[in-house]
Design a protein around this ligand. Structure first.
Ligand SMILES: [Zn+2]
Length: 499
């Protein structure tokens, strides 16, 4: 089994046209199956209240199966952890293991269990593949609510393993009863191996290891006779664009281990092309990964799949600068602070020293070269987003220095051009949405960032001259929670109220 798993849950809006393109790419590259990681981004008939704009529909799935009958379409649903797209809606919020925290539902809540069974039954009815992946990863909140804690305490041995097994064992059995093969992620079984015994023998374990091979972990997951699939990743979520070298090494190592241990197969995972990235920039790497799966020693590199200097600049040279650009296990900090919290000044607050120094100069030069090195709209968009982050942090830093000197109008002049950066990003996000079904939230993120800059410009003019009798600190003034006359900033001091 050679599979590519596409994450549509992270705000992707996959139309019939887009999925036809992905299906064509998957078959042309030689994969047996396209995995669709769905979470809340699928129009399950049993949850009409969860269908956000642009959600993938059953009609699109049926159209692809009809048009590409030789391509397996494997659904990946999530039935305990990573149900945040349901939990942060009004109908779903009551199932949260912890209110306004995390991404896991409560397995002791009978309504949630019925919801999970409903999603699973929908999936079994709409997808016709033998394999149905029922999720199971990253349930770090096991036992947090009082009901679950009581169950964990009541079990002998590893109570969390028992709690987990009592939820997923019956769901996997439901797939078997439907004559199909259940699949689950392996991470929680590595943490709580006692839970393995509860899974039907037919269950396939997906061992996701993005920083090493699977030699050690696959053996542990296979201890009860279950089949194991090795899962490497394109390192996108932790990169300005992608870490090509570490992705290449990861795919080769997992593929070597899968061959040596005669495992069930390899599933390339791709995650999170939100925050102004785009799936079409990854497709050459997805194609190259397929060749590596068969020939981990001799197949050409991921980098060689790109025909312009752009990929080397964005996927190798930029990352070699280290710091915030370097390879890490963390979601990319500059991108997250710039775009996730409706406050781009957060990026400036944390990264100004690095971005305004010599490494920032080098990063800006590299990104500008990358922008010029390609005619491809998708690649240009990624470079532009990266350049915009650097330029915003630098302009905001200059504005801060001028503000500190009391030069409010010059501070405004330094900050004003950043509005155009966000206007350009909004246009880029719209194009990505139309072209490949990219994130609608990115369009809103750009709008919100621009609006916040305008708010801050007003505040600089209104309060920067000391009209309040004091001059608010820059980080206070630029914060969305800033309140005139709350000189002591009790929204900071009184942190318990909003943890
Ligand atoms: Zn609970």
């Amino acid at each position: 089994m050679r599979m590519w798993m596409l994450d549509v849950a992270r705000e992707q809006c996959v139309t019939r046209e887009h999925l036809f393109r992905y299906a064509t790419e998957t078959l042309d590259a030689g994969y047996d199956a396209l995995g669709l990681y769905l979470e809340h981004r699928f129009a399950y008939p049993s949850t009409p209240w969860s269908h956000g704009t642009g959600v993938l529909t059953p009609e699109t799935i049926r159209a692809v199966r009809s048009e590409f009958p030789s391509l397996r379409l494997v659904p990946f649903v999530n039935l305990l952890g990573h149900v945040e797209g349901f939990l942060y809606t009004e109908p779903g919020h009551r199932w949260a293991e912890e209110e306004m925290k995390g991404l896991q539902a409560c397995p002791s809540n009978p309504d949630f269990v019925r919801f999970a069974e409903g999603i699973l039954d929908d999936t079994l009815a709409i997808f016709d593949d033998e394999w149905v992946h029922i999720g199971g990863d990253e349930t770090a909140q096991l036992g947090k609510c009082p009901s679950c804690q009581a169950r964990v305490d009541a079990y002998p041995g590893d109570g969390k393993a028992a709690l987990y097994a009592e939820h997923f064992g019956p769901l996997a059995a439901r797939v078997v009863q439907a004559g199909r093969t259940p699949a689950v992620w392996g991470d929680m079984f590595l943490e709580h191996p006692d839970a393995l015994a509860a899974m039907p023998r037919e269950t396939v374990l997906f061992d996701w290891q993005y920083f090493n091979g699977v030699a050690d972990t696959a053996a542990r997951l296979g201890a009860h006779g279950h089949r194991v699939v090795g899962c490497p990743a394109l390192h996108v979520y932790n990169a300005a664009w992608m870490h090509l070298g570490p992705s290449d090494e990861n795919i080769r190592q997992v593929s070597r281990d899968v061959q040596a241990l005669k495992l069930e197969g390899v599933c390339l995972t791709t995650w999170e092309t939100t925050m102004f990235s785009s799936y079409d920039t990854l497709l050459p790497a997805v194609r190259a990964a397929r060749a590596i799966m068969d020939d981990p020693e001799g197949a050409p590199s991921l980098l060689s799949a790109y025909d312009s200097e752009w990929a080397n600049l964005m996927g190798v040279a930029l990352n070699e600068l280290g710091g915030v650009w370097g390879h890490s296990r963390h979601r990319h900090k500059l991108k997250s602070r710039m775009f996730l919290y409706a406050d781009p000044f957060l990026a400036s607050q944390h990264h100004a020293e690095e971005i305004c120094g010599p490494v920032g100069d080098q990063a800006l030069a590299l990104v500008e070269r990358a922008f010029a090195a390609t005619d491809d709209e998708a690649e240009k968009g990624v470079a532009l987003a990266c350049r915009s982050m650097i330029e915003f942090v630098r302009m905001a830093h200059v504005a801060h220095l001028l503000y500190a000197e009391g030069q409010t109008e010059r501070a405004v002049s330094a900050l004003a051009p950043t509005r155009y950066l966000f206007e350009t990003l909004e246009r880029t996000a719209k194009r990505t949405h139309e072209r490949i079904g990219g994130s609608l939230a990115d369009i809103e993120r750009a709008r919100r960032a621009k609006a916040h800059v305008e708010t801050v410009i007003q505040r600089i003019r209104q309060y920067g001259d000391g009209s309040l009798g004091y001059v608010p600190a820059w980080n206070v003034l630029t914060h969305p929670n800033f309140m005139p006359h709350d000189q002591a900033s009790w929204w900071i001091v009184n942190a318990w109220g909003r943890p």
